[in-house]
Write a protein that binds this ligand. Structure first.
Ligand code: CMX
Ligand code: CO
Length: 141
C-alpha cells in the first residue's frame, strides 16, 4: 500500500528562520512553499530524494493561527516532529482498507494537500502516538 516516505512534518515557529538552517545543515533545497488555509499552515518543502515513486521531503510547518493543529502542538510541546507522511498510489483504496481494519481516520475522505496532492490523516492514538498522513500525488490517480 505504501510507496515511500513522502515527508516528515516538523512544527516550527518561523519558516524564515528554519528553512536556512535545514538548507545549510543537509545541503537541501527549498523547492516549494504554499499556504494551506484549511490545514492552518504555511509550509515549505525541502527535497531530500527524488525517487521513482515520487519525492521525499522535509516539510516545515508554521501555523497561521493559534487554534490550528500545528498552533496547538507548538503551544503544548514546542517545535518538533509533528507527523509522518507516506505516499500511496490510491488513497481512496488505502482509506477504505484502514476503515475496514477499524483505524480512526481524521479525514474519512481525502482533502487538499501540498502541490494539489490528495491527503488524509490517521489519528495518532492507533499508530503508536504518531500522527500519520497519506499522500496521493497530483495526477497519479
Ligand atoms: N502527534 C502525536 N500526538 C498528537 C499530535 C501529534 N501531532 N497532536 C495531538 N496529539 C495528541 C495530544 O498529545 C493529545 O494526547 P492526550 O489525549 O494523550 O493528551 C491528543 O492527541 C489530543 O490533543 P489535542 O491538542 O487536543 O489535539 P486535537 O484532538 O484537537 O487534534 C488531531 C489532534 C490529530 C485530531 C489534529 O492535530 C488533526 O486533526 N491533525 C490533522 C491535520 C493536521 O495536522 N494538519 C497540519 C499539517 C498539514 C499538512 O501536513 O499538510
Ligand atoms: Co504533511
Amino acid at each position: 500500500m505504501l510507496t515511500r516516505i513522502d515527508h516528515v512534518g516538523i512544527a516550527v515557529a518561523s519558516l524564515e528562520d528554519t528553512i536556512p538552517i535545514y538548507e545549510q545543515a543537509f545541503n537541501l533545497k527549498c523547492v516549494h512553499q504554499e499556504t494551506n488555509d484549511r490545514q492552518g499552515v504555511r509550509e515549505a518543502m525541502l527535497l531530500v530524494h527524488d525517487g521513482d515513486t515520487g519525492g521525499s521531503y522535509v516539510q516545515l510547518l508554521e501555523p497561521i493561527r493559534e487554534d490550528t493543529p500545528v498552533g496547538k502542538f507548538l503551544a503544548k510541546r514546542g517545535p518538533g516532529i509533528h507527523h509522518i507522511a507516506y505516499g500511496v498510489h490510491d488513497i481512496d483504496a488505502a482509506l477504505a482498507s484502514l476503515t475496514v481494519s477499524g483505524f480512526d481516520l481524521v479525514n474519512k475522505t481525502p482533502v487538499h494537500g501540498t502541490s494539489d496532492s490528495r491527503i488524509a490523516f490517521i489519528h495518532p492514538k492507533g499508530l503508536g502516538g504518531v500522527l500519520t498522513e497519506l499522500v496521493e500525488a497530483a495526477g497519479r490517480h
